[in-house]
Design a protein around this ligand. Structure first.
Ligand SMILES: *Cc1c(COP(=O)(O)O)cnc(C)c1O
Length: 500
């Protein structure tokens, strides 16, 4: 199994090289060269396995140059009872008739990015060793909130690595910010970027693309790598929970073997839902992938019209981890559905870069619409969805998952589809507690109270415990105070690395 670039201008690489490089040097993203199938027999075989065993089975063919022992070490280091607060790792619960919730927030930072970022550092260190890499790996991350903390937790004190996280000064919640700036670990750095997430992300991308700067770092004994959702090493662990959720439903007798289900995925960078797409490509019985956006609804428009247009005002919403106008991982979908034509993808991406918009051909539009359905929810609908779901099911959704729930309701209203559906829940309600309490009890209850008082309040309403990662955050010392302009990010990297 080798990996090729979606832009077709780089020779195929081994799985470990794909993981080590993150982004392909021609600016594209790595995708597997060959199809990996998931037979009925294989699904049957995995039925009684636990999450770790399932992860091994699913990831092995994609990471063929990792030995079974190596993969086992990675999986065991990531998905265990110390890091996750439930032995099921990614439990599925029934919410209402035909609707289930897949909870992806039982890891250390209470959001779904832990699912990938707990295992990525272990994959990366082994991948680098295989490639004979002697330099220290420097992870650069641009985060809209959750990735940063999840990456910091994943990489903290992992030998042979350093991590630098850039978060947008405007655009993360108080809790998210405190989680990052209080991060401990000998190899971690955190800086605020003056701007929004796209500023931070484009700054990081520019650093990766700057050949001279990369050569300079190499001479100093460093090599850059990415932990963003463009890294294949992050995507493949996400395929696991889609298959695992299907198996759980099968095992509980909620579905019959071979029965198709839908997934609703709250989407930003298109990483999570792309993993669902790969699970479907492998042969998992999936009918529709429902792509849920907030008011930054570029993807809704793209899936419905074939036009991707980022030329629009960036909106700050109550689901900040989905406040994204450039969904990087969409490039992989275009490649997979576009007859693996790197030149085509390259042209669209050039248009996106230069004009901020591109339009795919009718064939592509048709193929996308065959698999995906898309809509969005605004903030009012999001809050409303949290309130309604709590009143009818006694279950508290976070704002991102609530976007998914609202879009699911729109989907069933419009299509009448009664296919059993799994709503992918991407964050614990505690992580976005102020908005959640506003939804449940009204604005008055939130006014003038700190997010920490609100954590207590939410614990009371939901009769739940505050997760350990969010407790006592306000009492921890602030260790990272740097703030930087978009243009000065490279210089900051230089300075931080020079400080041995
Ligand atoms: C990152 C994130 C998303 C969006 O996931 P993508 O892979 O970027 O589509 C949704 N919800 C939460 C809570 C997130 O942290």
């Amino acid at each position: 199994m080798r990996y090729q670039s979606t832009r077709g201008n780089y020779p195929p690489v081994t799985p470990s090289e794909a993981v080590k490089l993150g982004l392909a040097p021609d600016g594209g993203l790595f995708v597997p060269e060959r199809h990996v199938g998931l037979t009925k027999e294989k699904l049957q075989e995995m039925l009684t396995m636990n999450y770790r065993q399932r992860a091994l089975q699913i990831m092995q063919p994609f990471l063929a140059d990792f030995s079974a022992e190596e993969l086992n070490e990675c999986v065991s280091a990531a998905y265990n009872g110390e890091k996750f607060d439930t032995p099921e790792i990614a439990p599925v619960r029934k919410l209402e008739e035909n609707l289930y919730v897949l909870e992806l927030w039982h890891g250390p930072t209470c959001a779904f990015k832990d699912m990938a970022l707990q295992i990525l550092p272990h994959l990366l260190v082994r991948a680098a060793a295989k490639a004979g890499e002697k330099a220290e790996i420097v992870i650069l991350v641009a985060t809209s909130g959750d990735t940063g903390k999840a990456a910091l937790e994943g990489f903290k004190d992992v030998p042979g690595t350093r991590i630098i996280v850039f978060y947008p000064e405007e655009g993360v919640s108080e809790v998210q910010k405190l989680q990052m700036i209080t991060q401990e670990g000998r190899n971690v750095y955190v800086a605020a970027v003056r701007g929004n997430f796209d500023d931070a992300q484009s700054g990081v991308k520019a650093i990766f693309a700057d050949r001279t700067f990369n050569e300079e770092l190499n001479r100093l004994g460093y090599v850059l790598s990415s932990a963003n959702s463009i890294n294949w090493g992050r995507l493949i662990p996400q395929v696991v929970y889609y298959v695992s959720a299907y198996l759980d439903l099968l095992q509980k007798g909620e579905i019959k073997p071979g029965e198709e289900i839908n997934f609703v995925v709250p989407t930003g960078n298109f990483g999570n839902i792309l993993a669902a797409f790969y699970a479907r490509q492998m042969g998992l019985p999936v009918r529709k992938l429902i792509c849920a956006s907030n008011e930054n609804n570029v993807l809704t428009e793209f899936i419905r019209t074939g036009v991707y247009n980022r030329n629009r005002p960036f909106k700050k919403t109550l689901s900040p981890s989905m406040d994204i106008l450039i969904s990087s991982n969409l490039e992989r979908l275009l490649f997979e559905l576009g007859n693996r034509d790197g030149e085509k993808v390259r042209n669209w991406m050039m248009e996106l870069q230069h004009k901020g918009t591109y339009q795919v051909d009718d064939e592509m539009k048709r193929r996308v619409a065959e698999i995906f359905w898309a809509d969005f929810a605004d903030d009012r609908e999001t809050l409303d969805s949290i309130g309604r779901t709590f009143r009818s099911c006694g279950y508290i959704l976070d704002t991102h998952t609530a976007v998914g729930k609202k879009v699911y309701d729109k989907y069933t209203d419009e299509t009448g589809d009664t296919t059993k559906t799994v709503l992918v829940s991407t964050a614990s309600p505690f992580k976005f507690n102020a908005s959640v309490i506003r939804a449940l009890l009204g604005d008055e209850v939130v006014a003038g109270r700190s997010e920490f008082e609100l954590l207590e309040e939410l614990a009371r309403i939901g009769k739940m415990e505050i997760p350990p990662g969010l407790r006592n955050l306000d009492q921890k010392p602030v260790l990272h105070k740097t703030s930087v302009a978009r243009e000065d990010m490279a210089q900051l990297v230089r300075d931080l690395l020079a400080r041995r």
